[in-house]
Design a protein around this ligand. Sequence first.
Ligand code: GLU
Length: 278
Amino acid sequence: MKPLKAAVAATAAVALSLTAAACGGDDGGGGAGNGGDKITVGIKFDQPGLGLKTPDGKYTGFDIDVATYVAKELGFEPGDIEWKEAKSADRETLLQRGDVDFIAATYSINDERAKKVDFAGPYLLAHQDVLVRADDNTIKRPEDLNNKKLCSVTGSTSAQNVKDRIAPRAQLQEYGGYSECLTGLENKAVDALTTDDSILAGYAAQPEHQGKFKLGGFKLSNENYGIGVQKGSDLKNKINTALEKMVSDGSWDEAVKKNFGPANYKNEPAPKIGNIVK
Ligand code: GLU
């Protein structure tokens, strides 16, 4: 049982403080900020610049830095964070089941998802784009994607937008993660990969991919990244306060430079909390 998860449910809060007291741990306050406990955070494992698990078992990226900052504001040191992979299609379920305390995983806020989970933020505004092989000269406009083999990820807004409006006649292939799409693009199993420009810029800039791919430069949507929490969780307000502080004390800018600088990704300015760009 993870203490913070218990704390978000009102009925479990009492049990939590009893457990904490019995363990002689903290003050038994039952919630974030007690210190000493663990917090479980859902992130991506295969998106360089945003959420990446490196071969030596470290975690890097903008989402990692945002989550680490937020966790600290909630009373958790970096060593108290347990990172858990949150693939696009699994995010709502992970939160609903209480398998993670919050999710920072290129997770766009939208009405459909907001029926199942709550969002703090937004903390970044990205836009959907396409990645093609560097020598491609057939995909110059979004309409050119129709009849092409286009890869995206199950459970993502990127795949949904393709079906709904971007290129309904594209041969959409939905994989489990974007890194699998990237392999498909490299092998010519697919003609293009579509998702947020923030993610695509990270792939294109990896040393092993230099000169292999290019971004289309189409701004196909607004993707407002939020931090997902369980519906009704009091973490939402606490996380919003943490995000505001991250922007005002300059840590947000620092994280942007560190993570997006190498990919030369031109990010939008820090969004205002609660201001979702449609
Ligand atoms: N931001 C989009 C989404 O939440 C695409 C990236 C992703 O799949 O994580 O679906």
